[in-house]
Structure formats: structure tokens, C-alpha cells
Design a protein. Structure first.
Ligand SMILES: [Zn+2]
Length: 314
């Protein structure tokens, strides 16, 4: 299997889709909406990846579907897998086991036909406790990246960071472990700046300077709206762009789907069609996108649409 750097050199790399929302829809992940308001970052641990231990077959099946759709990368389901987030969900003591099992399961399904990426996201400490908690966040992110490294991931996808300051911490931890990293910020409520006030251009520049092999955006916006962010980033950096849009619509007043009233229990009412993903993939090369996948709301049908779009381009 070629390395991620090699694949990026050769063409547009097709990633996979969104695991947690899909597994929530299938009944294997807790959204938390039964007990609290979801999407604030202050919750008790909703959308955590304990399915890796509790229902590994459900996770295996979803990996298989993405692989069959054409994914060249399978993300280990380690999103929201820091000890900090798992503690609040009641799974802190299983932090090592959850991260280890997620990588093992992804590797087993990939079986040499896809790379395995460790997914690392924000801790949510910064949202709850402010910037003073950044040192604590660093400890948790460093621990998770060490676990992913020893479990044998090929590279990291640092994703769904709201604060550039926390993304910088993650990139430093990735570099300290010698792991290549794709880095994508999430912008909410508007695409003009991230939560700690940096434009997409600034985010792209900082992430590239810290060694990210591809920089971009994931989650919150559908392909069409995300394109504005990506074009801004394109103007600032030389490295390939990475894009993992959601399959959910947002509005001109609020650009993030997790701030829509439909999140998380009525998402079907704001679902974007897979055709939009096919069109998005057709424009990937001309837009400078080197890594393309999907985030929340993207099951295998959406990844197949991306694959079709990439193949159709002339
Ligand atoms: Zn997402």
C-alpha cells in the first residue's frame, strides 16, 4: 500500500464518510438528545465511539461499505476519543481499549486495500472552560495521538477543530510522534472565521506552516457552501486542500448544520442529495482539492457519488 503522501502526489485521494451520525441512525451511537441539548459542547459525552467495544460488527460493516464504495482511506472510529470526552460519557477507563480496538477493526477491514487514519478532534475543554484549559487539552490530545501511533495508524486526520489554537496543539503533537497529518477546521456559526477569530486563509497558512500535508475544512457545511472556505484557503497555501463536507443544509444566516433546529433528531429534513457530492467531486482537481471525503450525513452512497464524480471528470 502506498503512503498518504504518495497517494496525494498521484491524484485526488478518496476518503470515507461520517461514522457517528450513520451509526446513531442505525441505533449504535448515543446522540445524547434524550437528556440534554446537543451541539453546545457542554454535554455529557454524546456521539462518543464506544461502539468500537460494544458493537464492533456494526462498525466493521460500515467500514466495509465505505471500502466497497471506493474509499482509499478508512478512518478508525476514534473521533471524540480523548480521555477527556470519554470520561464525560462514562468510558474514560476504556480510553486505551476504545482507541486500540478502533484501529484494529479499521485495519482488519482495510486488509491492505486502504490506508488507516486515526481521527483526532477537539477535546471540547476549550468550549467549556476557555483558553486557560489549552494545556490540559494538550495532555489529552497528546495521549490519544500516542495511543493511535502505538496502535499503528498510517497517518492522522485532525478534524472538527473550532479553535485554531487547539488545532495548533494537535499538529504539534502529530509532529512530535512523526505522524503525517491532514488538518481540517470546522467553521461555525459562520464560514468567515473560526471560533477564536481566524479567517480560513489564516487557518490554512498556520496549519501548513505547522507541517500539515493537506489543509481544509470538514463538517458543518454542505459541499456548495464549503467551496467558499476552500477557495479562500487555496489562495493562501501550496499544499493540497482537504474537504469533508456534510450532507446537511445550513442557512445564509447560520452556516453550520449543528446549529440548525433539525440537529440531531430531524436531520432527514435537511439532507442534501448525493448528486451534490458527485458535482463537487467533478470540480475537485480544478479547485485544488487533493483529499475528498464526507462528514456527517454521508453514508456509502455519498462516497460512491464522489467516486463517480472523480471518475467522470475529463
Ligand atoms: Zn461531521
Amino acid at each position: 500500500m502506498k503512503s498518504i503522501n504518495q497517494l496525494l502526489k498521484e491524484g485526488v485521494v478518496l476518503g470515507d464518510g461520517g461514522y457517528l451520525i450513520e451509526l446513531e441512525r442505525r441505533g449504535y451511537v448515543d446522540s445524547g438528545s434524550g437528556r440534554e441539548r446537543v451541539g453546545t459542547g457542554k454535554g455529557s459525552g454524546q456521539f462518543t465511539p464506544e461502539v468500537t467495544l460494544e458493537n464492533p460488527d456494526a462498525l466493521r460493516e460500515l467500514h466495509r461499505e465505505f471500502l466497497r464504495a471506493g474509499s482509499q482511506v478508512l478512518q478508525a472510529l476514534t473521533f471524540f476519543g480523548t480521555r477527556e470526552k470519554l470520561n464525560r460519557a462514562g468510558y474514560g477507563a476504556q480510553t486505551e481499549a476504545i482507541n486500540g480496538a478502533a484501529v484494529r477493526i479499521a485495519r482488519e477491514v482495510a486488509n491492505g486495500k486502504a490506508l488507516v487514519a486515526g481521527s483526532v478532534s477537539r477535546t471540547q475543554l476549550v468550549e467549556r472552560e476557555g483558553m486557560e484549559s489549552l494545556a490540559k487539552a494538550r495532555g489529552h490530545i497528546a495521549e490519544q495521538i500516542r495511543l493511535l501511533k502505538s496502535a499503528g495508524v498510517d497517518f492522522l486526520i485532525l478534524e472538527t477543530f473550532f479553535h485554531l489554537a487547539e488545532m495548533k496543539v494537535a499538529l504539534e503533537c502529530a509532529a512530535a510522534n512523526g505522524l503525517p497529518a491532514v488538518a481540517t477546521m470546522s467553521f461555525r456559526p459562520l464560514i468567515t472565521q473560526c471560533t477564536d477569530g481566524h479567517t480560513p486563509e489564516e487557518c490554512a497558512r498556520v496549519m501548513a506552516d505547522l507541517g500539515a500535508i493537506a489543509v481544509g475544512a470538514n463538517c458543518e457545511q454542505d459541499p456548495q457552501r464549503m467551496l467558499t472556505v476552500l477557495r479562500n484557503m487555496r489562495s493562501a497555501v501550496q499544499v493540497p486542500l482537504a474537504a469533508q463536507p456534510t450532507a446537511f443544509r445550513s442557512t445564509d444566516q447560520c452556516h453550520s448544520f449543528t446549529r440548525q433546529p433539525a440537529f440531531p433528531d430531524d436531520l432527514e429534513t435537511i439532507q442534501v442529495s448525493r448528486r451534490d457530492f458527485e458535482e463537487f467531486a467533478k470540480s475537485a482537481r480544478t479547485e485544488g482539492i487533493g483529499y475528498i471525503g464526507g462528514c456527517c450525513g454521508c453514508n456509502a452512497a455519498y462516497i460512491r457519488a464522489l467516486a463517480d464524480g472523480l471518475a467522470e471528470r475529463t
